[in-house]
Design a protein around this ligand. Structure first.
Ligand code: SF4
Length: 93
């Protein structure tokens, strides 16, 4: 039996995307005042990135772990689970 890498396990997950209804919102004013940008390093799916001086999140691939909310030192995130029927569907573990 082949042992899957973390990346291979993530690739097995499926997402039901609620288009236009992000479950993570970033308050850019609060975010801009943050010096650590913990979200860039803490998200296990690497969904946060910096573009043109702003932090963005590719929320459609979210694992719903809540790590970004926990590490956001400026309380710049509004985070809620996706509506029922949407979000991640785990296929491995
Ligand atoms: Fe990344 Fe977890 Fe935050 Fe989703 S909840 S964006 S997977 S850190």
């Amino acid at each position: 039996m082949k042992i899957l890498t973390d990346t291979e396990k993530l690739a097995l997950d499926k997402y039901e995307v609620n288009e236009g209804q992000p479950h993570i919102l970033i308050n850019q004013e609060l975010c801009q005042a943050c010096s650590t940008k913990n979200c860039l390093f803490a998200c296990p799916a690497s969904l946060y990135s910096e573009q043109d001086g702003e932090i963005i999140v590719e929320w459609a691939g979210c694992l719903e772990c809540g790590t970004c909310l926990a590490v956001c030192s400026n309380n710049a995130l509004t985070w809620q689970y996706p509506e029922g029927g949407f979000g991640i569907i785990y296929r491995y573990g």
